[in-house]
Design a protein around this ligand. Structure first.
Ligand SMILES: Nc1ncnc2c1ncn2[C@@H]1O[C@H](COP(=O)(O)OP(=O)(O)OP(=O)(O)O)[C@@H](O)[C@H]1O
Ligand SMILES: [Mg+2]
Length: 256
């Protein structure tokens, strides 16, 4: 958003909570608690693995994937775990905007072999580094499925405790599902009042077809006025009446 200062020149103001409603250290208690709860579940889900890698996805555009990815990464970093947040939505990058940096010199350049140096950026949040999406490539799915992506994740596992990957919607492009065998699991964001059951069913099928592991669903409810427009839920709290319930794959929970 552009504002004018005293000299009438235009300058950028950082976005307020309502403009960019992700978790921040000074977010309201309800938001912090929602993400603390998801974080705790994830920590148990990834137990035993040196550096669990979770990809955040959803069925369609604008469901809240980037908001949840950024919030989750910040929440884990606030628990003093070293986190790398990767923007793997190379078609519509957005993670860089949350941190006020450029997208260039990021994931696409590394995966395409255009940059030998892995340029991770530190952020104003302790323990949180980001890898921006880079310039928009012609072949994002091919890049994400490549051996270079395996090498990048191997590198990240050496230096971080968790990796969170923001991805495009699964019902629209295949980019998210091609990383299924490289990661610990997917977190599926479902937007209340927007996603139809069929959208979500299709998303689950897309992930399952690639043998992906869905570790949880997060209900994103921007219209929920009682919780200041936010309501994030880990799958355990999401009532999923006519559909399979996916719990922690290691816990042996079954369909409801
Ligand atoms: N819980 C929420 N409360 C209020 N606004 C929200 C909430 N979650 C997301 N939004 C807003 O909805 C819009 C879409 O969110 P976001 O960019 O996170 O979605 P996305 O799934 O990553 O979209 P895309 O598919 O384009 O990558 C943004 O303007 C974001 O600020
Ligand atoms: Mg996004």
């Amino acid at each position: 958003m552009l504002f004018r200062n005293k000299n009438n020149s235009r300058f950028k103001k950082s976005l307020s909570h309502t403009e960019r409603p992700h978790l921040r250290p000074d977010s309201p208690f309800a938001i912090k608690e929602a993400f603390n709860s998801i974080r705790t579940k994830l920590i148990f889900t990834g137990k035993g693995e040196k550096c669990p890698v979770f990809a955040v996805t959803s069925s369609l555009a604008s469901d809240g994937k980037s908001t949840v990815s950024v919030s989750l990464a910040i929440s884990i970093a606030m628990a003093e775990q070293r986190v790398l947040l990767i923007d793997a939505d190379m078609r519509k990058p957005s993670v860089h905007r949350y941190f006020g940096v450029e997208s260039r010199h990021g994931l696409s350049e590394i995966l395409a072999g255009l940059s030998s140096e892995i340029k991770l950026r530190s952020t104003d949040i302790d323990n949180l580094s980001i890898l921006t999406a880079g310039q928009i490539p012609p072949n994002p799915a091919e890049l994400l499925g490549s051996k270079q992506m395996d090498s990048l994740l191997d590198y990240a596992r050496q230096y971080f405790d968790y990796v969170i990957i923001d991805t495009p919607p699964v019902n629209i492009v295949t980019d998210s599902t091609v990383i299924a065998d490289k990661i610990t699991g997917f977190l599926l964001v479902v937007q209340s009042g927007k996603n139809h059951m069929q959208d979500v069913t299709d998303a689950v099928h897309q992930i399952e077809e690639m043998n992906g592991n869905i570790v949880g669903m997060i209900l994103n409810d921007p219209e929920n006025k009682t919780a200041a427009h936010y309501s994030y839920r880990y799958n355990k709290y999401y009532r999923y009446n006519r559909y399979k319930y996916y719990g922690d794959s290691n816990s042996g929970e079954t369909s409801k």
